[in-house]
Write a protein that binds this ligand. Structure first.
Ligand code: F6R
Length: 289
């Protein structure tokens, strides 16, 4: 069925399987535009991300929560790729509500967060670990230690990064990876310049990324300069990818992600060729499409 996201897709679809996003509008909207806008020269190729434009962020959050709820019902021990940031807070609220209502359980699930600031211990209130505890982990029923983040205070960040890849592999791979998008096109902390085949590693944070984080740290100078992030390949290997973007401030990068050239200048553009990726944007974030 055209444009219906089944969530099925080959793991690690190659960049040669590039297409452009098919566009779906939700039922409340009058028009349905669903198409594969281009095909690569590979005749077996028709992979392309699916774009779903929703009325507002709460509709997007419900849709994302539906995906996670269905996955956990079908596969209670699923491995979830989790993200932080403002985009995710409403989704985590929705999942917490559904958990409280007995609709969804994380008791057998595993969680792997995308990234953490280098140098911050999990107890640091500015860490992504602290964000995750407050936003989701203390509100639902993950088993102790089952939802993890890279350790920002690891004594050997290289070993931590290698171990992260091994832990994901040992869990059987990520079943569903949640993503936000930075204003510079980053996914995780894969900043512009990140290679398609990059893996979990230490990265230098871009100026835009640090500026966007400054409020949470009190000033730009206090924002860490480095982070550990899952790589582009680590992310794209996931069985399903669900990227959320809400608000007018994301409109121009959403356009670059879906309509711009595919390549390291906008790491999120690698999703164009990923048939098992669903991009959910509200009307404001879709304003430049
Ligand atoms: C967070 C992450 C980042 C954010 C992105 C968007 O774990 O990996 O890529 O998803 O910076 O952040 P918000 O949602 O705050 O706009």
């Amino acid at each position: 069925m055209v444009g219906r996201w089944t969530g099925r897709g080959s793991r690690g679809a190659s960049p040669s399987r590039r297409g452009r996003a098919r566009i779906l509008r939700t039922q409340h909207q009058s028009s349905v535009r669903a198409r594969t806008l281009s095909h690569s020269s590979n005749s077996t190729s028709s992979a392309s991300a699916i774009l779903r434009i929703v009325a507002d962020r709460s509709e997007g959050e419900r849709l994302a929560a539906d995906e996670i709820e269905s996955l956990l019902k079908a596969k209670p021990d699923a491995a979830l790729g989790l993200a932080t940031g403002g985009t995710m807070t409403g989704l985590y609220d929705e999942l917490s509500r559904r958990h409280a209502a007995g609709r969804v359980s994380f008791a057998r699930a595993k969680g792997f967060n995308l990234d953490e600031y280098l140098g911050l211990a999990p107890a640091d209130p500015r860490s992504f670990a602290a964000y995750m505890r407050a936003s989701l982990l203390e509100r639902v029923d993950f088993a102790p230690g089952a939802a993890r983040l890279p350790r920002g205070d690891a004594p050997d960040a290289g070993a931590e990064s290698k171990g992260w890849e091994e832990a994901i592999a040992a869990a059987g791979g990520i079943d569903l990876q949640l993503l936000g998008i930075g204003r510079n096109g980053h996914i995780g902390f894969n900043e512009p310049g990140s290679a398609r085949d990059s893996r979990t590693r230490v990265v230098e944070l871009d100026d835009t990324t640090r500026a966007d984080a400054a409020a949470g740290f009190g000033s730009l100078e206090l924002v860490p300069r480095q982070a550990i992030t899952a790589g582009v390949a680590t992310i794209l290997d996931s069985r399903r990818i669900l990227l959320l973007a809400f608000g007018r401030s994301k409109a121009s990068i959403v356009r670059r992600m879906l309509r711009g050239p595919v390549g390291p200048e906008c790491p999120a553009s690698w999703l164009q060729g990923i048939g098992h990726a669903l991009v959910v944007v509200d009307r404001e974030a879709a304003a430049e499409l």
